[in-house]
Each structure stands twice: as structure tokens, then as C-alpha cells.
Design a protein around this ligand. Structure first.
Ligand SMILES: [Zn+2]
Length: 253
């Protein structure tokens, strides 16, 4: 499985401070930075977007992703999320006010956009990928995702504070090859991290004690002004398989 980092944390790259990962060129996990980081011809290849939660740094490119491609012959996009997520997108974004309601354009029968509600932990198939949404602990209803291509599985926690079910599912996932998780604030801001449903490097260290598998761990989410502090605090954890994602890089999982 090929994972391209379209948005992960601060820096001079496009999509800074936003979150989006592209799998095998066609399936996206979250959509912060997605249309900023990809040229238009490659945006049109993205057919399925799984949204972990409605926060703008994970969804802000959805309007432009559709707008840039909806007039292309045969274009359609499916956006997946748990009930609370698709409801928020329909009510607050594709509502005909903030942005057109593409779920009824050009008409109700053949819309360019479909919002697909996910049942937590129930797998959906997209091409050769199987995707499960797993609930995590953030300030709004949020899931991570476990993506399986039959040979390798990838677990993405999305934004989360200390959580449990995600790690239980990760530990039970066969073919697990990588975990993507977050560290948004430095250790000095633990209070802020806890009330906003995020992790510091120290909290991440405690979370990783729940991980019973020896796989690479990729960290995203550092707030732009804290990137270097978080990087040094992650080094203190002394986990040889742990590294921060690099904006724009493609990883083979
Ligand atoms: Zn969030």
C-alpha cells in the first residue's frame, strides 16, 4: 500500500497544519490540504474520501476537491464518515449556503457527491481496500480508520486524546504494518492537549504502552509553532520505530 502525505503539520509546505493522506492515488483519509497539495489532474483521480471528524483542518479541501472536478465527464466522489460526521458535512458545509449541495447536483438521481454513513467497526470495500472506522477520544465525534489491502493493514488514529478501543482493535489486526497517530502539543501544554482531545509526546508514550505490536509508528499533527519541540520530545521516548511524517513524502506500507 502506498501512502502519500498531503498534510501533516507545520512548515513551509502547502497544507501546513492540516491533515490528509492519500492511499494508492485514489482513496484519501481526511481532506485537509488535499486539493492544495495535489495538481488538478491528480485530484480528479480521488474517488473516495474517508473523513475522521468534521473539524476544518481535516475537511477544508472537500469543497475545492469537488469544485475543481465536478464538470469532468463521469466525475463522482464518495465521502464516508460515521453518522455524526456526514450529518455535520450536510448541515454545515454542503448546505446550499456555505457551499452548493453537491448531493443534488446535477440532480437527485445522479449526484456528483454521495455522503456514505459508516457503521463503526463494520468494514466497507473500496476497490481492493477494506476500511473500518474505529471510535477514538476527541472533542467531537471522531473515528480513526484501519485500512487493509489484503496483504498489509494500516491504522490511523486521527485526532485523539488518550483512548482505548482503537488500541484493542489495532492489536487484533492481522497484517498490521504501520500506525499513524498524533502528537499536537508539547509536554508543557498537557492541560490544553487533554481538554482539546489531543496528545503530547509524553501522553503518546503512555498510549504506545497499549500497543502490543512491533510496527513503525508515524506521527502527524504537531501544531506549526511546536514542531521542533515536539520532535525533540518524541526523541526522548526512545522508540526506534517512531518518526514524524514528512510533508509530501510517499511511504510504502
Ligand atoms: Zn480535530
Amino acid at each position: 500500500m502506498k501512502v502519500k502525505v498531503l498534510g501533516c503539520y507545520g512548515g513551509i509546505a502547502p497544507g501546513r497544519g492540516m491533515t490528509s493522506f492519500l492511499i494508492n492515488d485514489t482513496v484519501a483519509l481526511d481532506a485537509g490540504g488535499l486539493s492544495f497539495a495535489l495538481p488538478v489532474d491528480r485530484q480528479a483521480k480521488v474517488k473516495d474520501v474517508f473523513i475522521s471528524h468534521a473539524h476544518l483542518d481535516h475537511t477544508c479541501c472537500l469543497p475545492f476537491l469537488i469544485d475543481n472536478s465536478f464538470a469532468s465527464p463521469g466525475f463522482s466522489l464518495r465521502i464516508y464518515g460515521i453518522h455524526e460526521v456526514v450529518t455535520a458535512l450536510a448541515k454545515h458545509l454542503f448546505n446550499g449556503s456555505l457551499w452548493p449541495d453537491f448531493t443534488s447536483i446535477p440532480d437527485d438521481l445522479t449526484p456528483v457527491l454521495k455522503l456514505v454513513t459508516l457503521e463503526p467497526e463494520k468494514a466497507v470495500k473500496v476497490g481492493n481496500l477494506s476500511v473500518r472506522a474505529i471510535s477514538v477520544s476527541h472533542s467531537v465525534p471522531t473515528t480513526g480508520f484501519v485500512v487493509d489491502d489484503g496483504k498489509a493493514s494500516l491504522a490511523f488514529s486521527s485526532d485523539t486524546g488518550p483512548t482505548h478501543r482503537f488500541w484493542d482493535v489495532v492489536n487484533a489486526t492481522k497484517n498490521l504494518k504501520a500506525v499513524i497517530t498524533e502528537s499536537s502539543f508539547p509536554n508543557s501544554e498537557e492541560g490544553l492537549a487533554r481538554i482539546s482531545g489531543h496528545l503530547t509526546p509524553a501522553l503518546l508514550g503512555m498510549e504506545l504502552s497499549k500497543l502490543g505490536r512491533d510496527v513503525p509508528i508515524y506521527v502527524y499533527g504537531a501544531k506549526p509553532r511546536f514542531v521542533s519541540r515536539i520532535k525533540s520530545e518524541l526523541a526522548v521516548l526512545k522508540r526506534k520505530n517512531l518518526r514524524m511524517f514528512v510533508q509530501g513524502r510517499t511511504y510504502a506500507i
